[in-house]
Design a protein around this ligand. Structure first.
Ligand code: HEM
Length: 219
């Protein structure tokens, strides 16, 4: 179950006091993101991308690393998270087809999942959704023009391939794998209809995550 991310927050009067008794074992506190921690391989990705002649489908292979970080506080706000890097090539090739870094964050107090992403096209986005700690399917959305949960692009792609929204749905499978389906909506210069730049893949675990520094030290 997923709801749209709230764009306001019940900010308390004390902006500085951190929560007491923070559990430093991030892997135990990741809510629905726990199933995504680790190193993953996806052999059957499918990308639909914009080309001059129209939409083009491309198969891809992917390696994603999602490693726990220490609990993060913004004063009273407490976030648990995974730092990630995904690297994508065409099958059998070395040359990078797509590269993306960022964080997946979980705020237990509000049931919010946050996905920050940066891609080397000079573009960043932050998507969010609300869900439950035991969810096995959840959706996150970023919308251009919002001051929160937005999208920011450098001038070339802003003018030539303006990204108006980004949506990702994650599904955690019973066999321990997980998958995503995402839709990046582009307004391409000279075209009147939005272009749906879509991607999907299923990820199989190839290594367990490394515990976050504070959890490691406690052991
Ligand atoms: C698995 C995920 C993704 C893959 C494999 C992928 C791949 C690609 C490729 C290969 C192109 C170039 C098309 C060409 O000119 O040949 C492209 C274009 C583009 N992508 Fe993605 N992409 C992914 C996700 C995203 C995301 C998450 C965003 C932004 C939120 C994004 C934004 C763009 C934009 C704005 C363009 C147009 C720029 C251009 O064609 O020069 N992509 N993508």
């Amino acid at each position: 179950m997923t709801a749209s991310p709230p764009t306001t927050y019940p900010v308390p009067s004390d902006l500085y006091t951190e929560p007491a008794d923070i559990d430093v074992d991030t892997l135990a506190c990741l809510g629905p993101l726990r199933a995504m921690a680790g190193i993953w391989s996806g052999e059957r990705g499918l990308d639909v991308k914009p080309k001059a002649e129209g939409p083009k489908k491309q198969a891809y292979v992917e390696r994603i690393e999602l490693q726990p970080i220490d609990p993060q506080t913004n004063g009273p706000q407490l976030l648990y998270g995974l730092r990630y890097h995904t690297h994508i090539t065409k099958p059998g090739q070395v040359k990078t087809y797509h590269d993306q870094v960022g964080y997946w964050l979980w705020e237990p107090a509000t049931g919010t999942v946050i996905h920050t992403l940066a891609i080397p096209r000079a573009q960043v986005a932050m998507a969010a959704g609300t869900t439950t700690a035991d969810a096995t399917r959840f959706e996150l959305v970023a919308t251009q023009g919002l001051e929160t949960w937005g999208i920011c692009s450098a001038p070339f792609i802003q003018q030539a391939f303006r990204t108006t929204s980004f949506r990702i749905e994650v599904t955690i499978n019973a066999d321990g794998s997980w998958g995503y389906e995402e839709d990046t909506v582009l307004m391409i210069r000279g075209q009147t209809e939005p272009f749906h730049h879509t991607d999907r893949n299923r990820l199989v675990k190839i290594a367990e995550p490394t515990p976050n520094p504070l959890a490691n030290a406690r052991r």
